[in-house]
Design a protein around this ligand. Structure first.
Ligand SMILES: [Zn+2]
Length: 386
């Protein structure tokens, strides 16, 4: 059995240890130690990483009750980690501290939500890509602001976070949150007046170390809510990045940072109105072009326009076409329409584009549409006719 140094003192990040077993698991090299400060993955949280001697510990897992430290599977490491070898272990303090900030913050959040709304924490995920907490209930935007304030107030009070293993008698009288039944003695993490929870992970010693707490987003998850949260340095980095974005946008728009959304909304409305006018003007121009066009057997035209405008132009040109009018967009792949008002088989035009240029699409009764990824010349050649 490995002594878990992380269990009662989360500040231990360097330690001396002895190799008690070396395993090769699915081509990975796993070291078992007599004692370890490396927290293995569990409870929704990724494991610690760091060094055993010179070797990098990339992951730590509990396999069949054994805490295994995974290192590179090299000949050198196989020699180095022989049974009985004494080593110096060093946990990556920055990751550990950040994980503790997030996890302790999550306990305060879950405690407050449970006390205030009666909702349960039904899922927790802590990794480098983000931190999410799932609750079996819903929040208003106001609720979330209030909860965020309350969590930060607990942080500022700098309360002690206590870890203990109460005996069965004491457990009977204790009310605590627990996600699932845990084998062996129950480890209780208590933040006085805020939360009592069964948990196996390392925590900061006082709430002040969490620094700050932010709720980044809330989305519907099953019948409840998934909150994305961040604490401490990660919350600081996140707000810094978002502030930089907002600062850049406010400079581009020459507006106050508190008015960027309002300005973007205004620009969006203006853009929509402009697009509308542009389409109107383009159609007037196309109508004139179609009216001026001399009748010919086949029209093959290319247009920087949306599908509706392609149809508008194709339909008008077909009035002048002995066989058909085909209009292609300028994007990739090109969308196209084919119209005929003389009974010409428009599906045969599509079939030609399908065989010659790998187009998709078809139609009948004088109207067809599709998409093709080809250059203007190739399309003109394919549809040149005799
Ligand atoms: Zn926990």
């Amino acid at each position: 059995m490995t002594e878990k140094l992380y269990d009662l003192d989360s500040s231990v990040t360097e330690f001396e240890c002895e190799v008690i077993e070396l395993y090769i698991k699915e081509n990975r090299l796993a070291v078992e130690l007599d004692r370890t400060a490396f927290f293995p993955e569990g409870g929704g949280q990724t494991s610690d990483r760091g060094f055993l001697g010179e070797a990098y510990v990339e992951n730590v897992e509990i396999c069949d009750g054994h805490i295994l430290h995974f290192v590179e599977n090299s000949e050198e490491n196989v020699q180095k980690f022989q049974k009985g070898v004494v080593l110096h272990g060093k946990v990556d303090e920055i990751k550990r501290f950040s994980d503790m900030q997030q996890h302790s913050g999550e306990h305060i959040l879950s405690g407050i939500v449970h006390n205030r709304f009666g909702y349960n924490n039904v899922g927790f995920h802590l990794s480098e890509s983000g931190v999410t907490v799932d609750f079996d209930g819903n929040f208003t935007e106001n609720d979330l602001c209030k909860v965020e304030d309350l969590v930060n107030e607990v942080i500022w009070k700098n309360l002690e976070i206590r870890v203990s293993y109460p005996n069965e008698e004491a457990l009977k009288t204790l009310t605590y949150r627990s996600k699932k039944e845990i084998d062996g003695p129950l480890r209780i993490v208590e933040i006085p007046g805020v939360d009592v929870c069964a948990c196996c992970a390392p925590h900061v010693k006082r709430t002040g170390e969490i620094g700050q707490f932010r709720i980044l987003s809330a989305e519907k998850h099953r019948d409840g809510t998934r909150l994305s949260i961040l604490c401490g340095a990660r919350a600081l980095r996140d707000s810094r990045e978002k502030l930089a974005q907002n600062t850049a946008v406010s400079r581009l728009l020459s507006c106050r940072q508190t008015e960027t959304a309002q300005f973007v909304q205004k620009m969006k409305t203006e853009k929509e109105a402009l697009s509308f006018r542009l389409v109107g003007l383009q159609r007037r121009l196309l109508a004139q072009q179609a009216a001026d066009a001399a009748p010919q057997k086949r029209f093959v035209e290319f247009l920087d326009a949306d599908m509706e405008t392609l149809r508008f132009f194709g339909d008008l040109l077909a009035d002048k076409a002995g066989e058909f009018a085909a209009v292609f967009s300028e994007d990739s792949p090109r969308r196209f329409v084919v119209f005929s008002k003389t009974g010409y088989d428009v599906n045969a035009v599509c079939a030609l584009l399908r065989t010659e240029l790998g187009a998709k699409g078809g139609g009948r009764n004088g109207a067809a549409q599709g998409a093709v990824d080809a250059g203007q010349d190739a399309i003109r050649n394919a549809l040149a006719g005799d």
